[in-house]
Design a protein around this ligand. Structure first.
Ligand code: SF4
Length: 349
């Protein structure tokens, strides 16, 4: 099966920018305002992000799409970090929202009626808070995940707040940073002084899944090209295969994904690689939102075909049947061991 040629995507440029007045009390807020003015973007001011109600559009669908290309420059008020199991102890909030259109993205349910992208300019306060969390657990290492509420790499070429965070962790003894992305715009991060404290992960999937369900994100080959650059820059590297989605010829699709990875990733860029495997799942509320935001979706969301797994707050999720999960594990672990015998499996969920 040959992978069809897919066009690369350009770095994200917002169609509309809102700036909260108190964001201009921070150097990054002032810098971003100047930058966006120079770029000729439409800038509006708002008193609070909750007042960003006038996203243009004739109906909910249009508003949803326009919101995903709207950037709000604001201040993070809540400095209590959420937990982020299983990949880290805490989520570090640098931004929320994403310009991508992955039909299974859980931000659709967590961000509800506010799907616009919000970047936080009080980065020093956020990093100070991270230091306090580290101090509480010393001498244990505390891991922070920077991609829980956005695809942070996808917007960082504009803000550089992730770059600053990487360098902050480079200087910390008891902290580690990690994040995952579906974007390949990594060049500005290659010279960051990371000192091996940041694990740079890429979300990868079978070509069929990316083409059908991950619109507005970088094609697989571009993500892998970026992974190679990142590995060469000395970052510990990781891949999250997610969501693993059963489709016609899925075994061939995932085999091909591993073959491309093997072909493109230089042998000397494989010293420290991890894999995380996450099967596709959905909740009843998520199914409703997906069908509203993507009415033509081909995503299989049939509860009858799935196994019900009890979840937090009484909202259970629908995962694959036990025998299917075993088949997924055997197949994907097999490919991983064949092509990347020295890589480490972090978990399957
Ligand atoms: Fe959601 Fe990640 Fe896709 Fe963005 S790239 S829409 S955060 S799944």
């Amino acid at each position: 099966m040959a992978v069809k040629t897919v066009r690369s995507i350009k770095p994200f440029t917002p169609q509309l920018v809102y700036i909260e007045p108190n964001a201009l009390e921070y150097p990054l807020g002032v810098e971003l305002k100047k930058k966006f003015e120079k770029m000729g973007l439409e800038i509006r001011s708002t008193t609070s992000h909750n007042q960003v109600r006038n996203i243009p559009g004739d109906n909910d669908l249009q508003k949803y799409r326009n919101a995903k290309s709207t950037l709000v420059v604001g201040v993070r008020k809540t400095l209590k970090f959420d937990t982020s199991k299983p990949s880290a102890e805490y989520a570090i909030p640098l931004a929320t929202g994403c310009m991508g259109h992955c039909q299974y993205c859980y931000l659709q349910t967590t961000m509800g009626s506010k799907p616009y992208i919000r970047t936080y300019v009080n980065i020093d306060e956020i990093l100070d808070t991270a230091d306090k969390y580290m101090a509480e657990r010393e001498p244990e290492i505390t891991r922070f995940e920077a991609a829980c509420t956005s695809d942070i790499v996808g917007i960082d070429h504009l803000t550089h707040s992730l770059k600053k965070t990487i360098e902050h962790f480079g200087e910390r003894k008891y902290g580690k940073l990690r994040f995952v992305t579906k974007y390949h715009h990594v060049d500005h991060l290659l010279d960051a002084n990371h000192r091996g404290k940041t694990r740079f992960r890429f979300s990868i999937n079978a070509d069929y899944v990316i083409r059908n369900f991950e619109h507005g994100t970088s094609p697989l080959v571009d993500r892998i090209g970026a992974a190679e650059k990142v590995a060469r820059a000395g970052y510990p590297l990781g891949f999250i295969v997610a969501p693993i989605y059963l489709h016609e010829n899925w075994k061939d699709g995932y085999k091909e994904m591993f073959e491309i990875l093997d072909r493109k990733l230089a042998k000397d860029a494989r010293d420290d690689i991890t894999f995380e495997f996450i099967q596709h799942r959905f909740t009843k509320p998520a199914k409703k939102v997906i069908q509203k935001n993507y009415p033509m979706t081909k995503l299989e969301l049939d509860e009858e075909k799935r196994k019900y797994k009890w979840g937090k707050y009484g909202i259970g999720k629908y995962v694959y049947q036990t025998d299917e999960q075993e088949d997924i594990k055997d197949t994907l672990y097999g490919y991983m061991e064949k092509y990347f015998p020295n890589a480490k499996i972090e978990y399957f969920t």
